[in-house]
Design a protein around this ligand. Structure first.
Ligand code: FMN
Ligand code: SF4
Ligand code: SF4
Length: 393
């Protein structure tokens, strides 16, 4: 059990707002797979344009989404009603308002609270709304869409105004899902905190563009789409960025964090918590590998907790933060790479790094000169037989 913003969660697993959370059948599956909560699909009072699910998938790296169907308010309220009847999931309502007024935010939050959601998740992250217009037309472009999603999350004053209205409108906790497309996530997280937000959600989902077909005049590799807009990246490529964002927020603001981006295994999710997250979100891994991925992650986390003798997930949260310091405060430990001769198969991979002249091949065995070794550790990662380990002096 975990308490997040005063709400009880049976485990840290939240299914991120996405096509996985737009239909009741999926929510039922999410609960069967062991998730504690879902963030329902992004909802507008009335969405500015009706997209269809179109994605660029670059397997083992990431998927980009630049065009998708969101929910109108009435569709979302129906979904919440069904979810309350057919599941016991905790529900975050992922909402955004695509206008300059604040009343739209108030209406969306109040209607979802009345419908019975547990938390409001103010979407200040979606790059398809606002950011894609801004990136293409420049920041002077005048468009109602500039006020939704990620553009909102880039403006600390706007974040504060919206959070204040939301806090004034509902009694349930207000969590802000912030765009990672900012110079310093600590600044926007602190703006949300100062305005009274109860929590913050972030994923390393930088706005991205896809691979292009170099033999077809650079046509982007999106299926069934005639062009491309800046889209949100998900999947493994975002994991390390997610760690950094979560840790920065944990260091700079006091808000409890829902952290995500590229979490594919239970170990990934535990690491995200060690960098400061109380809850974790998953989307792409389940879209690629099915609900089974969620079951495995939940099961793995529970077993880990037991094996390590922790009684509570809160004992894991933030453990790694003690190691986060500025570069000038770090001390390098002297050492070098050492080869276990019997394990070396003479493949020569460790001899390749362009910056290194410490490795030579003698009789099909790698020999490393400890004096020339810079200590970077790349050869250890490259070695297919794990013959290399870094040794302390
Ligand atoms: C197809 C798709 C649709 C998404 N739609 C939403 C959305 O409606 N609202 C939202 O806040 N995030 C949305 N996201 C972002 C995810 O919630 C998540 O934060 C992001 O994908 C990073 O996590 P992951 O690497 O586990 O996918 C979407 C992501 C994908 C792939
Ligand atoms: S640790 Fe880096 S510098 Fe040292 S031998 Fe390996 S690749 Fe070369
Ligand atoms: S990469 Fe490993 S196996 Fe290959 S030569 Fe180097 S030490 Fe030997």
């Amino acid at each position: 059990m975990i308490q997040y913003c005063g709400v009880d969660f049976k485990n840290p697993m939240v299914i991120a707002s996405s096509p996985l959370t737009s239909k009741i059948e999926h929510l039922v599956d999410a609960e069967k797979a062991g998730a504690a909560a879902v963030s329902t699909k992004l909802t507008f009072i009335k969405q500015p344009f009706y997209g269809k699910l179109r994605m660029h998938t670059y397997l083992k790296n990431g998927s980009i989404i630049c065009y998708d169907r969101r929910n109108d308010l009435d569709e979302s309220l129906k979904l919440i009603d069904e979810a309350k009847k057919r599941t016991s999931l905790k529900l975050f309502a992922n909402i955004t308002h695509d206008g300059t007024d604040l009343d739209g935010w108030r209406l969306l939050a109040q209607k979802h609270e009345e419908a019975g959601v547990d938390l409001i998740e103010a979407n200040m992250v979606c790059p398809n709304v606002g950011l894609s217009t801004k990136n293409i037309q420049g920041s002077d472009a005048i468009s109602a869409h500039e006020h939704g999603g990620a553009v909102t999350g880039q403006n600390p004053e706007r974040i504060a105004d919206i959070v204040k209205v939301l806090k004034d409108s509902v009694k349930i906790p207000v969590v802000v899902k912030l765009t990672p497309n900012v110079a310093d996530i600590g600044v926007t997280a602190k703006a949300a905190e100062a305005a009274g937000a109860d929590g913050v959600c972030v994923a390393g989902a930088q706005s991205s563009l896809p691979l292009v077909d170099i033999y077809n005049q650079g046509k982007p590799q999106y299926h069934l789409l005639n062009g491309v807009a800046h889209g949100s990246l998900g999947g493994p490529a975002t994991k390390l960025m997610g760690f950094s964002l979560v840790a920065n927020i944990a260091k700079k603001a006091g808000l409890p964090i829902v952290g995500g981006g590229g979490l594919e295994t239970w170990q990934d999710s535990i690491m995200m918590m060690m960098w400061g997250a109380q809850l974790v979100t998953v989307c792409t891994a389940a879209m690629w590998y099915g609900w089974e991925n969620i079951s495995k992650q939940v099961e793995g986390m529970e077993k880990y907790l037991e094996k390590m003798g922790y009684t509570d997930y809160s004992q894991i949260t933030g453990q790694s933060l003690q190691y986060l310091r500025s570069s000038k405060d770090l001390d390098a430990i002297n050492g070098w790479a050492a080869v276990e001769e019997e394990k070396c198969i003479g493949c020569g991979k460790c001899e390749k790094p362009a910056h290194c002249n410490a490795v030579t091949m003698v009789n099909k065995k790698a020999i490393i000169d400890p004096v020339k070794c810079l200590g970077c550790g790349i050869c250890e990662a490259l070695c297919p037989t794990k013959a290399i380990t870094m040794q302390m002096a």
